[in-house]
Design a protein around this ligand. Sequence first.
Ligand code: SF4
Length: 299
Amino acid sequence: MLRYSELEPRPPYEASSVIFEISTGCSQAVPCNFCSFYTKSFSLRPIEEIEAELDEVATWPQKPRRAFLQSGNAFGIPADRLISILELIREKLPWIQTFGGFTRVDDVRRLSDEQLAKLAALGASDLSIGAESGLDETLEALGKVHRAADITEQCARLTRAGITYTLWYIAGSARAGRCLENARVSAEIYSQAQPKRIFLTTLSVGPNTPLGQMVESGEYELSSDYETVQEIREFLAGITCPTIFDCGQESNLFQFRMRVPEGRDEILAGLDGLLAGDRLSKTSRSRFMPAVIGGKWVR
Ligand code: SF4
């Protein structure tokens, strides 16, 4: 039985990957202002435990071709250790060809070009990066360590090394009244970064987080459903690079996934229809709105 020390987020696009927990928690000294994903503090999993799990997986009849490494920033653990773990997995489970996992923009910055090249040669691909926004004021409010310029800079390094990536975007994370600006600037930054995929989630704030407390005290006003949908439309319309636009998180206001630019017009028309109707609150934020508005589901 593989060990998972807590309920950890796994991207839906990694549904068929085998998950190995190589660390717990997130190594960022002060968690981001909205984050309540991890209750365990950051630690490295002993290599012997990882090895025992690999031996167990080697006996499975299924031979997964991809592994997703947990936890909060598995690709931010010391590079030598990460490289050794990938080598170990390849040795024990040679059918695993590629590796994904969460990483932060500042984790990428700490890796040398040589280390990135080594990770690429071992099969690191489609890393999940919590970029969240391309607007500095939003990144600051969210407590992110990186800024917009870091996203384009570090993504260019990944591209040069041959490592693809998914950039996460949190709709509704800018202050009320700032979402359209957040969308426009972010679309520019994300387009420059040229991700394989953009994964869009909608902000949900835990009450025990710094941002949750700011929302409760009225210091930070969240956007309404209407403004959040306007933001998603503006962001999608502004993406100029070919990519997969994935709004498939179940907790989102609605779900769709398609390729840009091919599938975009259909989704924009659906969003326009939603904005023209009377289903969206212009004053409040709901967490769930089960409305599939179209889109082709692509891998
Ligand atoms: S980097 Fe990710 S996992 Fe770490 S505190 Fe921020 S949101 Fe949470």
